[in-house]
Design a protein around this ligand. Structure first.
Ligand code: 5GP
Ligand code: ZN
Length: 112
């Protein structure tokens, strides 16, 4: 059994509200949402952060997957943001690469 929280969510060992799944990616609602739509999208493959990502097809696939989930959530027209926190200064707390999909309200810029 993996000790990684997001690997365990991807394999359904730990419950989450999953909104989309493909062979390569899983999207689920953030447990502590920062916007009306706050979804985490992850590759099934364990990669600690974008710093360690060598499979750029996976990185591109993740972006396309998030775009499709934004459409499914109905925020494609109103607007949405994709955030990938990487390491300490960005506030990364879970070390399995994940994209935050944020939408459903006006988002501040620049982020804090
Ligand atoms: P980070 O700070 O690493 O960019 O984002 C980690 C995100 O994972 C946070 O927004 C946090 O709320 C979310 N999170 C942490 N633990 C869980 C969990 O057990 N389930 C779900 N659905 N989200 C989680
Ligand atoms: Zn993992």
């Amino acid at each position: 059994m993996s000790s990684c929280l997001f690997c365990r969510i991807a394999s359904h060992e730990i419950p989450a509200i999953i909104v989309a799944e493909t062979d390569d990616f899983v999207a689920f609602r953030d447990i502590d949402p920062k916007a009306p739509t706050h979804i985490l999208a992850i590759p099934r493959a364990h990669v600690e952060s974008l710093n360690q990502a060598t499979d750029l097809a996976m990185v591109g696939g993740l972006v396309g997957f998030v775009r499709d989930v934004a459409k499914q959530e109905g925020v494609d027209s109103s607007g949405w943001r994709l955030v990938v926190n990487t390491n300490a200064d960005a506030g990364q707390t879970v070390f399995h690469v994940h994209a935050h999909l944020l939408g459903g309200r006006s988002l501040n810029w620049p982020p804090g």
